[in-house]
Design a protein around this ligand. Structure first.
Ligand code: ZN
Length: 277
């Protein structure tokens, strides 16, 4: 996963709220009345994230939920442009929550807007996400069993970008490389506290990252095997070049880590050497 802490805006930033208040939407007077309490909540946001032992209290503005959410779901023009730009951030080439390759085109409300509508427009509460993570996370936030939030906030913690992925490929019969099993170890650097390690494990579990990364690896594996059978390019050379070009940037990139495992596997090395152009 990539480090996306750069997406964070300064504490107390409320420029989206200002855009909403300066619009001519029909509920703007009600929003103006709510402004002091929303700003009060904005100032508490980072403290809420730090307090990981209990779920944030029930929102005091739930009665105004429909109005608050409407500025996000059908925003006035200027605000809509900004929300769209954040959603379609082309600099993100993988999901900040799980690392899935591809543009994560969903904006997730880290504190779900249906439960804490005061954060509907807080930029730092909005993080890009892939559709698989979105369906897993949805309205959930806190895990009572573990007394901990289920997810790591990618723009407040860089721990996800420090994980290391190691795929192992088992090919029982060297003559049939299309029969294989892939397993995955996700390593958390040991210097993180026991508490952080637990939180990362819960994040991985809650989003089923292992399952999705293995499914991606299985598809990628078969694509490379298919390519090798065409004998058009030196696959081993291509894999090694991809790794050299990307290793420093993505030591936990799903695709690169799989390519590493493939390029070091004796059975696959032999296969690729036998299928040179
Ligand atoms: Zn994801």
């Amino acid at each position: 996963m990539i480090d996306v802490k750069g997406l964070r805006t300064r504490k107390g930033s409320d420029d989206w709220l200002e855009l909403a208040i300066n619009s001519n939407k029909d509920t703007v007077d009600q929003l103006k009345e709510l402004k002091p309490i929303i700003k009060f909540y904005y100032n508490k946001y980072e403290k809420l994230l730090r307090n990981q032992a209990s779920e944030p209290q029930t929102s005091a503005v739930l009665a105004h939920s429909a109005i608050l959410k409407s500025y996000y779901t059908s925003p006035p023009k200027d605000l809509g442009i900004q929300i769209k730009a954040r959603r379609e951030n082309d600099e993100l080439s993988q999901c900040p929550f799980c690392g899935r390759p591809g543009y994560p085109r969903i904006l997730d409300h880290f504190l779900p807007k249906n439960r804490w509508p005061e954060y509907s427009l807080l930029k730092n509460n909005l993080v890009n996400q892939c559709s698989a993570c979105s369906s897993k996370k949805s309205e959930s936030y806190f895990c009572i069993k573990n007394s901990s939030p289920k997810f790591i906030h990618p723009i407040y913690s860089s721990v996800l970008s420090k994980l290391e992925l190691e795929f192992s490929i088992n090919i029982p019969n060297p003559l049939d490389i299309k029969q294989f099993e892939i397993s995955l170890e996700i390593k958390i650097p040991p210097h993180y506290s026991v508490k952080t390690q637990k939180r990362v494990k819960l994040h991985i579990q809650s989003l089923e990252i292992r399952k999705y990364a293995i499914e991606h690896a299985e598809r990628t594996y078969l694509e490379w095997i298919k390519k090798s059978l065409l004998r058009r390019v030196d696959i081993l050379d291509m894999l090694k070049n991809n790794i050299i070009l990307n290793e420093k940037l993505h030591n936990n990139d799903w695709t690169i880590c799989l390519q590493k495992a493939m390029s070091q596997h004796p059975i696959l090395i032999r296969h690729f050497e036998q299928h040179l152009p």
